[in-house]
Design a protein around this ligand. Sequence first.
Ligand SMILES: Cc1cc2nc3c(=O)[nH]c(=O)nc-3n(C[C@H](O)[C@H](O)[C@H](O)COP(=O)(O)OP(=O)(O)OC[C@H]3O[C@@H](n4cnc5c(N)ncnc54)[C@H](O)[C@@H]3O)c2cc1C
Length: 186
Amino acid sequence: MEPPERPVLKRLPAPSARRLSEQGGLREVMARFATGITVLTAGGEQGHGMTANAFSSVSLDPPMVLCCVSRAARMHSAIVAAGSFGVSILGAEQNELARYFADWRRPGGLAQFDEVDWSAGPQTGAPLLDGALAWLECRLAHSYEGGDHSIFVGEVVTADRGQVQDALVFYGGGYHQVGPRARATA
Ligand SMILES: Cc1cc2nc3c(=O)[nH]c(=O)nc-3n(C[C@H](O)[C@H](O)[C@H](O)COP(=O)(O)OP(=O)(O)OC[C@H]3O[C@@H](n4cnc5c(N)ncnc54)[C@H](O)[C@@H]3O)c2cc1C
């Protein structure tokens, strides 16, 4: 009997850093990584909000999460000034909010929340958006340099889930909806 054919592993060409930036290559590669969408917020005098998908759970004990924020973004100084941040994990129907909080033409400060339903986080005062899938409030615990972004690690001080089940997902440069019915395996 013939031995089964072994799968051939394809060696990918090693991309040089130059090639990645010239072709927008890293952006295209990372577009293949499906993520949830959050709106990060900070309360206080520099109250602000920003759409972000560079968000991850870090630790359960103590409870910690991280987000990566461009140093060119107003959100960066807002989080540093507040020493805390809020996270609203967006539901499937909230793509307009995702677009709004990614648009630099929106008003500055708390005025940008005038047309949005929200309530202040009980621990940090950070705006938490109504109708989201879930919310967290975090105290800024650590900040690390990450190229043109900062990596903010937050200790979770409150966390809660909403009634919505379906999530907003960013994939291939666009917004998609996913829910429990779309499970890959039982
Ligand atoms: C799906 C998605 C996910 C994202 N994830 C992240 C993330 O994880 N982390 C992250 O840091 N960002 C992320 N962004 C980008 C971020 O949401 C936007 O850049 C947002 O506008 C930043 O808000 P800001 O008010 O804090 O910064 P802004 O003040 O809006 O500045 C953001 C950028 O816009 C430029 N800008 C400001 N004013 C002008 C102007 N008048 N003309 C031209 N350019 C101007 C600034 O130089 C800066 O580079 C994401 C965007 C999308 C759509």
